[in-house]
Write a protein that binds this ligand. Structure first.
Ligand SMILES: *Cc1c(COP(=O)(O)O)cnc(C)c1O
Length: 252
């Protein structure tokens, strides 16, 4: 990787970390309570390795095929002196790809239906592993969006009850450890317009914490390049950032 690109990456990463820390402090939060997940989809192995050597630890991918191909390449490029990355699956998960996801990733952010939770559980048990997982929730009601539908958040009592009935079952599944919620904010012109969605996710998490006290609801995965500061102000513990770190994506 040439030095200019490396320097640019270092500068972008530093800026993101500074903005993240500033947003946390504005909200009276400890910056270390927010995990930066660098979304590495479409990025080449060398870029990912360079980012890891600049101190990144958490990487997010959104497609299983791409991850299954790239993760071993990245791992093979690392030396004993490098820190081991933690891989997060952040994209929609098809049931037939769960088997590969379970052996490639350390976290799953996108459990969006009961069938996929069951499959993750089954595959984790078979692989004798456990995976922390987040339930993806669609709080905006956008039709094209994945996630358990809870349009409007806690105010939508019937949807909350329906979600709770599913969580009753998911919480019992071996191998899958519910750790919190994830959402994709609406695509809006101003980051501020995404705030209600983030707030709804946090309030829903608080409600689920009361309803399921045995589950550790400590993670809120929300916020991307365009809106991560607002997400942190609203309580995000994981932000998923691609473009602000690696620059615009050229591929799909
Ligand atoms: C691509 C992607 C991101 C990161 O998007 P940027 O706008 O590049 O920061 C975050 N979350 C998911 C699920 C994604 O697919």
């Amino acid at each position: 990787m040439n030095r200019e690109v490396d320097t640019l990456l270092a500068r972008r990463l530093e800026q993101v970390q500074e903005r993240l820390a500033a947003a946390a402090r504005r909200a009276g939060r400890d910056p270390s309570s927010v995990t930066l997940v660098a979304v590495t989809k479409t990025r080449r192995t060398e870029e990912i390795v360079a980012a890891l050597r600049l101190g990144l630890v958490h990487c997010g991918e959104n497609r299983v095929e791409e991850a299954v191909r790239k993760i071993p390449q990245v791992q093979a490029s690392l030396t004993a002196a490098d820190r081991q990355p933690v891989w997060h699956m952040v994209g929609h998960l098809q049931r037939r790809k769960v088997r590969h996801a379970v052996t490639s990733f350390h976290w799953i952010h996108s459990v969006d239906r009961l069938a996929v939770a069951r499959e993750i559980s089954k595959r984790c048990v078979a692989a004798q592993t456990e995976l922390p997982a987040l339930l993806e929730v669609n709080v905006t009601g956008e039709a094209q969006k994945y996630g358990f539908p809870v349009a409007g958040g806690v105010a939508n009592r019937p949807a909350v009850e329906a979600l709770c009935r599913q969580i009753d079952q998911i919480a019992e599944l071996p191998g899958l450890i519910i750790r919190g919620l994830m959402t994709m904010a609406p695509f809006v012109a101003e980051a501020e317009e995404a705030r209600p969605a983030f707030r709804m996710l946090r309030e829903l998490r608080d409600e689920l914490g009361r309803r399921f006290p045995a589950v550790r609801w400590d993670c809120l995965s929300m916020g991307m390049t365009n809106d991560f500061e607002v997400a942190v102000e609203e309580g995000a513990t994981m932000v998923r950032i691609g473009t602000a770190i690696f620059g615009p994506r050229t591929g799909p």
